[in-house]
Design a protein around this ligand. Structure first.
Ligand SMILES: [Zn+2]
Length: 239
């Protein structure tokens, strides 16, 4: 037995292990980068808008109570005005007071409107940002759970492959393993397919001797150019 199939399987196993390690690192990096900083920023913006709303509401309430106060004063002055009995000098002063209070009231009522507008805007902003926060938070949670699920799958698959690799290494004779490991050290995939009469890795046409040795008797053969261990394509496709 030339153990070609085991060697081929070993290579496939190791290639997949490398891919899994790469994916595992990518997942780790993505998870590390996903700190939720954007969410914290939105949350801070919401708190700030809430504070601003409280501040505006307090100022608005002050205006409302001043308007009520003016209303009471106007009533008093008006009743003084119509009670009669006052001197004309006093009447003029009362009228001046009334006019002054009415001007102040107008001003305050305008301010009141702009406060109402501002409070509405803030409430809208808080509502919108809250919705945005919830949406992004949900997305992040499902993203992180997807990552950790895939992480777990990768870990399990990797452990299974590691065990398979150990089994294969043990079933392959040491002399073959030495050649395999030597090729790995040269940064080559140690195995290549014989496709027609060519090495699938470097493309060089093999000698008739090589082709026959491999195809007819399944003998251990190496590419005359790159030195990779060759395996017939049919052998692999049967798998
Ligand atoms: Zn070759």
């Amino acid at each position: 037995m030339s153990h070609l199939k085991e060697l081929w399987q070993l290579q496939k196993t190791e290639v997949e292990m490398v891919k899994l390690r790469k994916e595992w690192n990518q997942i780790k990096e993505l998870m590390n980068r996903d700190t939720g900083e954007d969410l914290a920023e939105i949350q801070a913006g919401i708190s700030e808008a809430r504070k601003e709303w409280e501040q505006n509401k307090a100022e608005y309430d002050e205006i409302v109570s001043e308007v009520a106060d003016i209303g009471r004063k106007l009533e008093q002055f008006n009743s003084q005005l119509y009670e009669g009995g006052s001197q004309s000098k006093e009447l003029i002063s009362i009228q001046q007071n009334i006019e002054q209070l009415l001007r102040r009231k107008d001003l305050l009522e305008e301010e009141q409107l702009s406060y109402i507008q501002r409070l509405d805007d803030l409430e809208q902003r808080i509502a919108n940002e809250t919705v945005r926060f919830q949406r992004l938070d949900e997305q992040r949670k499902s993203r992180l759970s997807r990552f950790s699920q895939r992480n777990e799958e990768v870990r399990e698959r990797y452990a299974a492959l590691k065990e398979l690799r150990e089994q294969l290494r043990q079933s392959i004779p040491e002399s073959m393993m030495d050649i395999y490991i030597d090729l790995v050290k040269q940064k080559k995939g140690p195995m290549a397919l014989l496709v027609g009469e060519n090495c699938s890795a470097c493309g060089i046409t093999q000698t008739v001797l090589n082709v026959n040795a491999l195809k007819k008797s399944g003998q251990y053969t190496r590419c005359i150019n790159c030195g990779r261990i060759l395996i017939a394509r049919d052998e692999v496709e049967q798998e």
